[in-house]
Design a protein around this ligand. Structure first.
Ligand code: GDD
Length: 360
């Protein structure tokens, strides 16, 4: 495939996408370096659990303690590693949290991206490195669905605004300095390694726990939002494909199918053979087991956001044509994979054998 081993730097390597991307690149023969924030590094049992679960130990990759907001340290790291490819996945990625910490969100998601772009420029690496920027469908915000690369952005959250500023920095540095930097505008992508604060994993973990008898009720916010949910494994391959192109560009990755949070709940419970029936309105609404009448889902107004993105549905035609990228997982397969993984995890935990357990 290539002669000398290529070197990649992944910021945010401890996150869902970081783990899958590291695994993917190592299989491709890359030498992988990862930037890990201090709190992940200090609490490896929790912070590095995804890498551990994928079997990615220190022997497989090199981890560096640091933070994308520390521009000098980022520059020094890039100078030392001399990566061929940089994947900037480090972010404050929770949209609801960004309303509570908007300034921190701008620091990490915008200035962190700027630190990498500036490092490339300062180190005269414009022609020797390729960069992937984790842009987000959240940048589309209230723009009508379906959305593609030509849809005007209308972000609805500090997270979306911060990601959009970073997106424009990437385009600006590409045009101004000739840096091979691409934005992947990724719609929601999930997996068994998804953080438990995101709605899909929150649901699948609760469904497994309710089935196992260790939990009573799943509490959610807005059930009506529509999301285009794909599988993270498919999306990390798309990131890599973007950097294979002769010219840097921006691409949407999406499945082209949108489902509501309510449908996700129904599909997840169906996976354990339970049919949910809904009754009531708004915050009074409940979901019950059709067969037994048992309460399964309730609504908590505290889980609603100050402003909501109602409908995200991506058109990934450009990525299909230019990158030959197509997802392998669609909604039903994704939900099944996540529920089954959480059932297996619960089973292992009950037996005192957590998959996340550190071995070292
Ligand atoms: N997190 C969460 N928790 N969301 C809930 C809940 C709940 O209890 N109840 C309802 N929701 C709704 C949210 O209001 C939102 O409309 C939808 O579920 C999805 O929420 P998240 O899973 O938190 O994801 P997101 O769409 O806000 O953001 C994700 O996708 C973006 C791409 O569009 C994140 O991964 C972002 O980092 C990513 O950029």
């Amino acid at each position: 495939m290539f002669g000398a081993k290529k070197t990649a730097l992944i910021t945010g390597i401890a996150g869902q996408d970081g783990g899958y991307l590291a695994e993917f690149l190592i299989r491709k023969g890359y030498k992988v370096h990862g930037l890990v924030r201090w709190d992940s590094y200090m609490d490896p049992a929790d912070g590095l659990k995804r890498l551990e679960a994928l079997g990615l130990t220190d022997a497989a990759l090199t981890l560096h303690q640091g933070d994308v907001t520390d521009a000098q340290a980022v520059t020094a790291l890039i100078k030392a590693i001399k990566p061929d490819e940089i994947y900037n996945l480090a972010a404050l990625s929770h949209v609801a949290v960004s309303f509570k910490t908007p300034a921190v969100t701008m620091e990490i998601n915008t200035k962190g991206t700027l630190a990498i772009l500036e490092a490339i420029r300062i180190l005269d690496m414009e022609k020797s490195v390729r960069m992937y920027q984790a842009s987000s469908s959240e940048m589309f915000g209230s723009a009508p669905a379906p959305q593609d690369e030509n849809t005007p952005f209308q972000p609805c959250s500090p997270y979306g605004v911060a990601k959009l500023a970073a997106y424009w920095l990437v385009k600006t540095y590409r045009d101004a300095y000739g840096i091979h930097a691409s934005n992947g505008i990724l719609f929601n992508h999930e997996s068994p390694a998804r953080g438990e604060d995101f709605v899909t994993r929150k649901i699948t973990k609760a469904v497994a726990a309710i089935e196992g008898g260790s939990r009573e009720v799943l509490t959610l916010g807005n059930l009506e939002s529509m999301r285009d949910w794909g599988h993270a494994r498919d999306y990390v391959e798309g990131m890599w494909l973007m950097l294979r192109q002769e010219k840097a560009d921006d691409y949407v990755l999406a499945t082209g199918q949108a489902h509501s949070v309510r449908e996700f709940v129904e599909r997840a419970f169906a996976q354990i053979g339970t049919t949910v029936v809904w009754s009531g309105q708004g915050v009074e609404e409940t979901g019950r087991d059709k067969r037994t009448g048992r309460l399964l889902v309730s609504i908590d107004p505290a889980l609603f956001r100050p402003k909501e993105v109602n409908h995200l549905l991506g058109n990934a035609r450009k990525a299909q044509d230019a990158l030959n990228w197509l997802p392998k997982y669609y909604f039903d397969d994704l939900v099944a994979d996540m529920v089954n993984a959480d059932r297996a995890l619960l089973w292992r935990e009950a037996g005192g054998d957590s998959v996340w357990k550190m071995t070292g």
